[in-house]
Design a protein around this ligand. Structure first.
Ligand SMILES: [Zn+2]
Length: 217
């Protein structure tokens, strides 16, 4: 039986991407609990200043140039003091990092997360807030912010409102609430298909003074 070339083209269009996706899914990835343990161990090394030196190595660079399999996705703040590779003592290729002021997620960030889960094998998503976050501080202060900072502040306002009546430090409360709302948004809006059941979203809070990350879950 002869198959029309047009049908063949159609089949390859439909089937090849599906095969590629299946192959991507089949690649070994670190499970979420093992990934979290690896981050905790890395942060412990960072806090205790027993950091492995000399990275990234040429060998690691060559290895990752052929392909990346980051074991965790970090949604962090753009704050220069909170670089995930440093605070978790990791190398190039280890972490898939998305950073915006206030560790917020928009469609671009969600798309990046979806890509890392579907194609790079990442199964742990960390929303990493931090002490004295300027973006949350601005939202807490209220009032108008200039330019596109306005959009950041507006996106954090729900966290400020939700944490208003909580006892304790208003800024710390708002930061925790913001992290929780971002984590919730990722759980609800990231389109992870059948991989969603394998993915864990956790919240971390980075202390600028001690370097320690506290975990909400
Ligand atoms: Zn911040």
């Amino acid at each position: 039986m002869k198959i029309h070339p047009g049908i063949l083209a159609l089949l390859s269009t439909l089937i090849l991407p599906a095969l590629a996706t299946a192959a991507d899914h089949a690649k070994p990835s670190v499970g979420p609990d093992a990934a979290l343990a690896r981050l905790k161990a890395g942060n412990h090394r960072f806090v205790s200043a027993s950091i492995s030196g000399g990275k990234p190595t040429a060998a690691r660079r060559a290895e990752t140039a052929e392909g990346q399999h980051p074991f965790a996705i970090i949604v962090g703040c753009a704050d220069s003091r909170t670089a995930p590779e440093i605070v978790f003592d990791q190398n190039i290729g280890d972490l898939f990092v998305v950073r915006t002021a206030g560790n917020l997620v928009d469609d671009y960030a969600l798309g990046s997360i979806e890509y890392a889960v579907a194609h790079l094998g990442s199964r742990l998503i960390v929303v990493l807030g931090h002490q004295k976050c300027g973006a949350v501080q601005a939202a807490l202060a209220g009032g108008d912010a200039p330019g596109h900072v306005h959009a950041l502040v507006r996106a954090i306002q729900p966290a400020v409102r939700a944490s208003k009546s909580q006892p304790g430090d208003p800024l710390v409360n708002a930061i925790h609430e913001n992290d929780a709302l971002v984590a919730k948004k990722i759980r609800q809006k990231a389109q992870l298909g059948d991989l969603a059941a394998q993915v864990r979203v956790v919240e971390g809070y980075y202390d600028l003074h001690t370097g320690r990350v506290e975990w909400a879950q």
